[in-house]
Design a protein around this ligand. Structure first.
Ligand code: NAD
Length: 501
């Protein structure tokens, strides 16, 4: 492909592709080949202005559409997505690199939220108190927030937008979505599918871009809320700037998820779980297990079982029969690989070195195989940093208490898991651990759509998690109405504070 053959990925505004005014673009690569496949437009502030204006113009009619009408659009979207999931999976694999089966899994978890949103009528209900005073009733209604902003990361280009869009839309909001510029096509595909499902033009806009677009979205007075998912430093920035600009903000950040294996655990089950949760999607998951705390004496046996399983993993092009694909960019691949030098310098033991991997794919791809590092010192950057790649660190600990103290000392609190056959220990862990999502013999405890997803500490800024009941609370504002239908007995002037009788 020559430069002139490379397609341009447009924004989506007013129910159609839109070029905007900014001449800036960024290359989009297929990580399995390293080749540039498209150029994505990068919006400037005036593009964001125009998109927000179009979205704001479309909002009132959508806000005023009945719940039944809004639900019917989401239901139609569900049917279309179910029927055409393979198309979207191919897009995910081509731009993100994850293997097709994993891409389908990502879509299935997004679809769950779509299905949850189809029951919006129940979740948008208010409350009613009759006769709080003589002839006076109080009731609450949930109304949409307005035009809401969603800013999503590269690692789940379909699922993360689908954590927010179905709920925001069914609740009567209009949305401006700014997906990751690294894999932008999935969000456009989703926007087209919503149009096909009957969403009125303009109610959903997709604006591509980088920091310039994000800053314009944060500052725009027409955007009433921000839902962000990405790394912790940017989440903190979005939360602080967005709150200062008067918006409601939920900003989900990075992670360093620990798996604590007690001596009584089933070590085969624990080894399977560590491999699946450590290397699925090349470790580029915010719920990946990246630190395994082995309570001695199980360390040697567990490391051996994990290494044995790793030997069977096939790394390569996600369209082939492989278990694990490439990393998202060459720069990220090199950054992750750099931690292996740090590990050696810090005295850790590299048991399986992903730099030596055999790959079923193009040599130009951003490859790094599954990597296992044992005896990682807790002062090493290998242990403290969110590496976001296929590197599983093992830390040997002497007791449950030592493991718990390490988890609690981490600045992150997204997910964690305990592996044990002792119900009492598991229950103690569930109560004591300072983390937002806990797995008991489950390594990636992502809650189903009718619960809510979110971590603690530096993994979530703001008080609303994603989807589930929190999603409906975030995308609506509650109004309390006090009502009295006048009759002659209510007359008279009284400047005192209203009391009930
Ligand atoms: P990122 O923070 O680099 O980017 C996220 C979004 O912010 C993108 O849309 C990007 O364009 C934008 N952005 C990047 N730099 C910016 C800047 N300087 N100013 C303003 N906006 C900016 O994250 P990523 O690399 O795309 O995704 C991986 C990260 O996301 C990991 O840290 C992972 O743990 C986290 N993540 C968290 C969750 C969660 O639920 N907590 C889920 C998925 C991913």
């Amino acid at each position: 492909m020559t430069e002139t053959d490379i397609p341009t990925i447009d924004h989506w505004v007013g129910g159609a592709p839109w070029a905007g005014a900014s001449p800036r673009t960024a290359p989009v690569c297929n990580p399995a080949t390293g080749r540039v496949t498209a150029a994505v437009r990068l919006a400037g502030a005036s593009d964001v202005d125009a998109a927000v204006a179009a979205t704001s113009a479309a909002w009132p009619a959508w806000r005023d559409a009945s719940i039944a009408r809004r639900q019917s659009v989401v239901f139609a979207f569900r049917e279309l997505l179910n029927a055409r999931a393979d198309e979207l999976a191919a897009i995910l694999t081509a731009e993100h690199g994850k293997v097709l089966s994993d891409a389908r899994g990502e879509i299935a978890r997004g679809l769950e939220v779509v299905e949850f949103a189809c029951g919006a009528g129940h979740l948008l209900k208010g409350e009613y108190s009759e006769s709080v005073s003589s002839g006076v009733d109080v009731y609450t209604v949930r109304q949409p927030v307005g035009v809401v902003g969603v800013i999503s990361p590269f690692n789940f280009p379909a699922m993360v937008p689908l954590w927010f869009l179905p709920i925001a839309l069914v609740a009567g909001n209009a949305v401006v979505l700014k997906p990751s510029e690294k894999d932008p096509s999935a969000s456009l595909w989703i926007a087209r599918l919503f149009a096909e499902a009957g969403l009125p033009d303009g109610v959903l806009s997709v604006v591509h871009g980088d920091k310039e677009a994000v800053d314009a979205i944060i500052a725009h007075p027409g955007i009433r809320s921000l839902s962000f998912v990405g790394s912790t430093p940017i989440a903190r920035y979005i939360y602080e700037r967005g709150s200062a600009a008067g918006k409601r903000v939920q900003a989900l950040g990075g992670a360093k998820n620990h798996m604590l294996v007690l001596p009584d655990a089933d070590l085969d089950l624990a080894a399977d779980a560590a491999v699946n949760a450590g290397f699925g999607s090349a470790g580029e998951r915010c719920m990946a297990v990246s630190a395994l705390l082995a309570v001695e004496p199980v360390g040697d046996a567990l490391v051996a079982k994990i290494a044995e399983r790793m030997a069977g993993l096939r790394v390569g092009d996600g369209t082939r029969a492989c278990d694990m694909g490439p990393l998202i960019t060459r720069e990220h691949r090199d950054r992750v690989a750099g931690y292996l030098d740090v590990a050696t310098a810090d005295g850790a033991v590299v048991v399986v070195d992903g730099r030596d991997v055999d790959v079923d794919g193009d040599p130009g791809g951003f490859w790094l195989g599954p990597t296992l590092v044992d005896r990682v010192p807790t002062g090493s950057a290998v242990y403290t940093d969110e590496i976001f790649g296929p590197v599983l660190s093992v830390v040997r600990v002497a007791s449950y208490d030592e493991g718990l103290a390490l988890i609690d000392a981490s600045p992150y609190g997204n997910g964690t898991a305990i592996f044990t056959n002792d119900g009492g220990a598991a229950r103690r862990f569930q109560r004591e651990v300072n983390v937002g999502m806990v797995g008991i013999n489950v390594p990636i405890p992502v809650p189903v759509a009718y619960h809510s997803f979110g971590g603690w500490k530096a993994s979530l800024f703001g008080d609303a998690k994603a989807y589930g009941p929190h999603g409906f609370a975030f995308f609506t504002q509650e109004k309390a109405v006090t009502s009295r239908w006048l009759d002659p007995s209510h007359g008279g002037v009284d400047l005192g504070f209203p009391q009930h009788d």
